[in-house]
Design a protein around this ligand. Structure first.
Ligand code: DGJ
Length: 688
């Protein structure tokens, strides 16, 4: 017997979610643009009722927050679980709710499902918990399941690889399931846990868009399914089969955003949410320091005198943090040994790291150190002493000659905590670069839980130490890891051209303050390309800026350019590190452009990257966004001295600031001078 329909609404900036239940698991009656306050939700329920016809069963099985196979739901069920080898088909009843937490029970099966919703900044965070009286195996448990937009034409999801992160994929909505699954034990380069669901005609700056991000680092699954009856559902959960048997299971948090200003509305909601609600900043009073990392300068070849000379040059360029990368511990002369042996190598550092740290401090920089805690080489004292701490079979295929420690084992965590905290206690260390360079031999959710526990313990003991999440570049970027870290190493690619694209697409989730970006060597080590220092410097300056090359390779003129751009970055970081990144719709396919808009909207900077030679001879206008149509803005091409002599014609914008209305900038757009490819125009704007 069904009961009268009950309804609840959850409102966040830009979105309303309406849930309804007739006694069973609640389901979303509406998810979209904000509904008027006090709107009649029973009328909404009446308006959203659906028919049935021939070839169907006699009622539509509910597309609830956890669609139930036991309720004849013919698509992907929200829970797939087994007890004693038998599949479970529970039927849940809603037993308790306060409008944000919904507890549902199948008393006979001894199962309880709890759905939790919270508003965090501009996003809704949703998660599911399952408890069972007796031990069960859970193959799949979905975070609260929501309907996919009926007006959506396609699904934007992401793939990627080492030095090629955040590649946008476009798939049409069509019958059946689009499934994305990260089975590598990391959120991964291959399947970043992010998807956008634009309605027809939406672009970066216009139209209705829905977006979701699953905040979990251990591997996830997404199903975007169109059912035979035309309804669409979107599910996210941990990667299938990665949970150990037990009685309590929790999904990651699923973050929801809705926009009527194109992809940018959702991108900005996610950027702000990560920056202002997920990350805990150890030094909120301190500006983001300009970063220097020595990896591509010296690799494993540590020499105190060389590093001192490099630090001198880095500080002169404007660096404020110096990071010593891989190679300082064990007997690590290459990547075949010593992971796990977290003691300073006395061969390379006879007097320890303190002399370098002191030198770095004398230059006014703070110091950071690289670790890869979860990993072990078989050629290490740790592996020899504790082979039983290694995850997976003995005859597994290695990755980068290394194996993975079982982070679910408290003894392993205790060992790592002891080693890392000993280094942190005895040295003035401001920063850890926390790396993770191989895929798991067996993906296991307990591994990610163990990592969170270790990171959490270290964060509690050393709250002033910042952590960067690196996994061969951007292999572990998600809100789960960002609860304990403050920066991501977005990519091992320091190729400015590739980075321009990667940063642009990663901005659909990542704010500038969290996204590390470094000026690499003149000859890029991962692509072989040679890029001009202007381009390299401006691309790094788009995000949390740093350098990662031997600064002694710079010519005087390169040094001058890099110092100038770094000085500009510092002068503008206070407002830019909290600005919104708005991707621009470029009519010119050779242009990758964004506008960083200050929170108070009184100033902005446009980075217009030229990623290719244009199809047409002259640049097309570039439309700005998010400005006040009636306001006037002084705009200035701040790097106009970079214009090439083939840009032959006088243009007012090449001579100095112009004052233009917001409407002109947004409707006609800016026309920039002609340029070579692999260049960046930088335009500052201020409301007058
Ligand atoms: C992979 C990282 O992505 C690099 O930046 C560097 O830290 C190396 N590991 C060190 O082994």
């Amino acid at each position: 017997m069904t009961q009268a329909l009950q309804t609840w609404r959850i409102d966040a900036p830009g979105q309303t979610l309406v849930l309804g239940s007739d006694g069973g698991v609640p389901g979303a009656l509406y998810w979209g643009a904000p509904l008027p306050a006090g709107d009649d939700l029973s009328a909404l329920a009446a308006a959203t009722a659906r028919d049935v016809t021939g070839g169907m069963i006699d009622a539509l099985p509910a597309l609830s927050l956890c669609p139930e196979a036991g309720n004849s739901f013919q698509g992907q069920a929200g829970l797939v679980a087994y007890r004693d080898g038998q599949a479970l088909y529970p039927r849940f009843k809603l037993i308790e709710t306060d409008g944000a937490r919904f507890v549902c029970e199948d008393a006979e099966a001894g199962l309880t499902l709890t759905f939790t919703f919270a508003v965090e900044g501009d996003v809704i965070a949703a998660s599911t918990t399952l408890t069972s009286r007796a031990e069960i195996s859970v193959h799949h448990l979905a975070a609260p399941v929501l309907p996919g937009p009926q007006m959506g034409a396609e699904i934007l999801h992401f793939s990627g690889r080492w030095v090629g992160e955040f590649q946008m994929e476009r798939s049409p909505w069509r019958a059946g399931v689009l499934m994305r699954e990260a089975r590598t034990g990391r959120s991964g380069h291959e399947h970043p846990p992010l998807a956008y669901f634009p309605e027809q005609g939406a672009s970066n700056t216009q139209g209705q868009v829905f977006a979701m991000h699953y905040g979990w680092s251990g591997g996830h699954v997404m199903y975007a399914e169109e059912l035979p009856d035309g309804r669409r559902q979107i599910q996210w959960g941990h990667a299938t089969g990665t949970r150990r048997a037990g009685t309590q299971f929790e999904t990651g948090k699923l973050y929801l955003s809705v926009s009527d200003t194109g992809l940018n509305g959702c991108a900005v909601a996610f950027q702000r949410h990560l920056r202002d609600h997920v990350v805990t900043w150890p030094h909120p009073e301190r500006a983001r320091p300009v970063h220097y990392n020595c990896w591509e300068a010296i690799y494993f070849d540590h020499d105190f005198e060389e590093l001192k000379a490099i630090a001198d040059r880095a500080a002169a360029l404007g660096a404020e943090r110096f990071v010593l990368d891989d190679g300082w511990f064990g007997k690590r002369d290459d990547d075949t040994s010593s992971l796990g042996d977290w003691d300073i190598d006395p061969r390379k550092w006879p007097d320890g790291l303190s002399p370098l740290i002191d030198h770095v401090a004398s230059l006014g920089m703070v110091f950071g150190l690289w670790f890869e805690p979860e990993m072990v080489n078989l050629d290490s004292d740790l592996a020899r002493a504790h082979p039983e701490w290694i995850l997976g079979p003995a005859d597994q295929i290695e990755g980068r000659q290394q194996r993975v420690l079982d982070m679910a084992n408290p003894e392993v965590r205790g060992y790592l905590y002891g080693k890392i905290s000993a280094i942190l206690e005895s040295h003035d260390i401001d920063y850890i670069k926390w790396d993770h360079n191989r895929l798991l031999p067996v993906a296991d959710a307990a591994q990610a839980e163990g990592i969170y526990a270790l990171m959490g313990a270290l964060r509690a003991a050393f709250p002033k130490v910042e952590i960067e999440s690196c996994a061969s570049g951007g292999g572990r970027i998600d809100a789960g890891i960002l609860r304990n870290t403050q920066r991501v190493w977005l990519s091992d690619s320091n190729d400015a051209l590739e980075r321009l694209r990667i940063q642009h697409d990663a901005a659909l989730m990542l704010p500038a303050a969290i996204t590390g970006s470094h000026v690499g060597p003149r000859h890029c080590h991962t692509s072989g390309r040679v890029h001009d220092i202007h381009f390299r410097a401006w691309v790094a300056a788009q995000r949390h800026m740093g350098c990662e090359m031997d600064p002694r390779e710079l010519t005087d003129s390169e040094t001058e350019v890099l110092t100038r751009v770094t000085t500009w970055w510092k002068a503008n970081r206070d407002w830019r590190m909290s600005a919104d990144i708005l991707r621009l719709d470029a009519a010119d396919s050779s242009v990758i452009a964004e506008q960083q808009l200050a929170q108070d909207k009184t100033r902005f900077v446009v980075f217009a990257g030229k990623a290719d030679t244009g199809r047409q001879i002259m640049p097309r206008p570039l439309r700005l966004t998010g400005l006040e149509p009636d306001a006037h803005y002084e705009i200035e091409l701040i790097n106009r001295e970079e214009a090439h002599h083939l840009s032959r014609r006088e243009m007012p914008i090449k001579d100095g600031p112009l004052t233009v209305s917001g409407q002109i900038l947004m409707q006609h757009g800016l026309i920039l001078p002609w340029s070579f490819p692999d260049r960046m125009w930088v335009i500052e704007g201020k409301r007058v």
